[in-house]
Design a protein around this ligand. Structure first.
Ligand code: GLP
Length: 241
């Protein structure tokens, strides 16, 4: 596990974007696993800037996102599909037909998740998976207690996650209670993992996840067992390490 200490959010974002750029340059037809949340927004902005300068070409890239709220369609501005289009895909030359997000509109959880697993397999697996970190140690929407051996599945969101996400919705009742997420097994099968984390409010969970025991109680702790993980974090997030 390599930990890059960045001075601040901007520097964290640049470092993470550098790692993703290197992947795209070395393997133009790579499969990028992408993430939502506020943390990677700066990374996407940086990639867009370099793309606009002519330094990056995403035309042969395939992307698979970690998760999607069950019940939200891509035109709902709180869906993760909308987030990805708005924060990244609409600004680069990626072929939208090769950008995948679990289908939140499919009410049949088993079908939606099996289909997503198939998409990932057909793409040839994930070359580089970008991850954020939830305050309770969740990755994607794998909440504490999630079995490590799961692939894409439907989850009930915890109260804490619903609480953390409600700032994006008009009313708390509008926050979906379930989501489709890649499982820990799917994430661990990625060839490389890049986790971005920023801010003092994440310092405690960073320490617990990466210096504490590997346990399903802290989903991100499993990353200690992956052989190619890079954590890019700012000083604030690393202040307890
Ligand atoms: C959501 C997403 C996660 C993300 C987490 C942290 O729950 N499903 O993938 O990592 O939020 O978000 P933030 O980066 O905004 O702290």
């Amino acid at each position: 596990m390599v930990i890059y200490r960045a001075a601040d959010y901007a520097s964290m974002s640049r470092k993470a974007a550098n790692i993703i750029s290197a992947q795209v340059i070395m393997k133009p037809d790579c499969v990028l696993g992408l993430a939502t949340g506020s943390t990677p927004i700066g990374t996407y902005k940086q990639l867009i800037e370099w793309y606009n300068k002519g330094d990056l070409d995403f035309s042969r890239v395939t992307s698979v996102n970690l998760d999607e709220y069950k019940g939200l369609s891509g035109d709902n501005d709180q869906s993760y599909r909308y987030f990805m289009n708005h924060n990244f895909f609409d600004h680069i030359n990626i072929d939208k037909a090769r950008t995948f997000v679990p289908d939140g509109t499919d009410p049949d959880s088993e079908h939606a998740c099996a289909r997503y697993n198939e998409i990932i397999r057909e793409a040839g697996g994930i070359d580089l998976q970008l991850l954020g970190l939830g305050h309770n140690g969740h990755i994607g929407f794998n909440e504490p207690g999630s079995a490590f051996e799961k692939e894409t599945h439907c989850v009930d969101l915890t109260e804490r996650t619903i609480e953390a996400n409600k700032r994006f919705f008009e009313k708390e009742e509008d926050v979906p209670r379930q989501a489709y997420t890649m499982g820990i097994k799917t994430i661990m099968q990625a060839k490389k993992i890049l986790l971005v984390v920023s801010g003092e409010d994440k310092a405690e969970i960073v320490k617990t996840a990466f210096q504490g025991p590997v346990t399903p109680a802290v989903p991100a702790s499993i990353l200690q067992l992956h052989n190619d993980v890079t954590i890019v974090a700012d000083e604030a997030a690393l202040s307890k390490m």
